[in-house]
Ligand binder design. Structure first.
Ligand SMILES: [Zn+2]
Length: 392
């Protein structure tokens, strides 16, 4: 290293020539992301800086690294440079979906229960073919998400089958999803959650529950969760919300967070939030741990668009930019042990980086009841770097 640096400083002219040729052995770094505002909430870093990458890992984050030091330079002028976005609630229903998410800045994502034990092999195959990092939560229902309600036929909540499917795919399946709305499970939501815990407890894996429009109260559900479990659609509207009706959230909700239960947005399309519930949560100081999209093809066309668009909704409601980015990077990565070491631009971390544009103007956003609000800022994806390789 010392010799190489010495070489670059002493032979400045020669170094520039070498840097022009991609992958030339003379370059100190493989890739340099230059001229952006780097926001890395994992280190409370927010400054104009360059990010250098070597051998697929972050090599340096500092001001004014010369372009000549790298084999390839990515221009990030006017853009934000953040850790690669992590979306913990999406639906991978086709082989091309992960790549679309990558083009939207998402370097790691989780399929949240699209499939159950009967079809887990198909989603695992999509995950393994994906260019980015895809992990899977298996649906408690062996039939997965189905129109008639995943668990309306309660015999579909098959503990042994789900456990066997997880053991076959431990490298990809990292937890269980239980959808607990009344039109999914009827009045047996608590029983369903108990079965999900029967699967996950012995394996030390989390359960993600989907709340909203359910039969039991939120405190009843929370009582059955263990530290590390996740509540998605946290701002679901009545009946049965996290709110106390007096401008705050229920004490059981605060207690749940205190004992390590995580709360996630899960934007989706219907039933998951209104501007009022989201604003009420933010005002009460009960912010999300994670911002997720609940991405589907339909959602991509209207409600969700992409994860940066969902992040923009929280910006519009007054959550500061670095905090919004934390919810889709460091805090999202902290949700699952499989993502340990991601969501950061710390030296030595995998070089997963998102380049985003924060544009000023007039932008329309909709909530899950199709109410429009107009914001002054919106995040757009410009490019993603995955393991040190650039995708646009
Ligand atoms: Zn979902």
């Amino acid at each position: 290293m010392l010799t190489r640096r010495l070489f670059l400083t002493t032979a400045a002219g020669g170094a520039a020539v070498l840097a022009g040729a991609r992958g030339t052995a003379g370059a100190q770094y493989d890739l340099l992301i230059k001229g952006g505002r780097v926001i890395d909430p994992s280190r409370r870093f927010d400054a104009m800086a360059d990010v250098a990458v070597s051998k697929g890992r972050i090599a340096a984050v500092q001001a004014s690294i010369p372009a000549s030091a790298a084999g390839e330079v990515v221009d990030a002028a006017g853009a934000l440079v953040t850790p690669g976005l992590v979306d913990i609630h999406t639906h991978v229903r086709s082989a091309d979906m992960p790549g679309i998410c990558l083009s939207q800045g998402v370097t790691s994502l989780v399929d949240a229960g699209s499939r159950g034990a009967d079809q887990i092999d198909s989603v695992v195959a999509f995950a393994k073919q994906a260019p980015n990092r895809v992990r899977v939560l298996i649906n408690l229902s062996r039939a997965g998400v189905i129109d008639e309600g995943d668990l309306m036929d309660f015999s579909l909540a098959d503990v042994a089958l789900a456990r066997e499917a997880i053991l076959r795919h431990r490298d990809v399946v990292i937890g269980v999803k239980a959808r607990l709305s009344r039109n999914v499970v009827g009045e047996r939501d608590l029983e369903a959650l108990r079965r999900a815990q029967e699967i996950t407890r012995p394996l030390g894996l989390p359960v993600m529950i989907h709340i909203g429009q359910g039969f039991s109260t939120i405190p009843q559900l929370l009582a059955l969760l263990k530290p590390g479990d996740i509540v998605t659609h946290m701002y679901a509207f009545p009946p049965n919300t996290i709110f106390d009706g007096k401008g705050g959230v229920l004490p059981e909700v605060i207690a749940a967070r205190r004992r390590g239960i995580r709360f996630d947005i899960g934007n989706g399309r219907t039933g998951h939030f209104t501007w009022d519930t989201m604003a009420e949560g933010i005002k009460a100081g009960f912010l999300p741990d994670t911002i997720s999209s609940d991405w589907t093809d339909a959602g991509r066309a209207d409600h969700v668009v992409d994860l940066p668009n969902v992040m923009s909704k929280l910006l519009m409601l007054g959550v500061p930019l670095p905090q919004v980015i934390a919810m889709a990077t460091s805090q999202a990565a902290a949700t699952f042990p499989a993502f340990t070491g991601l969501g950061t631009l710390r030296t030595g971390a995998p070089a997963d980086v998102s380049i985003l544009e924060l544009r000023e103007g007039s932008f329309d956003f909709i909530d899950n009841v199709n109410t429009k609000r107009t914001g002054k800022q919106r995040l757009f994806p410009r490019a993603a770097i995955l393991g040190g390789k650039r995708f646009s």
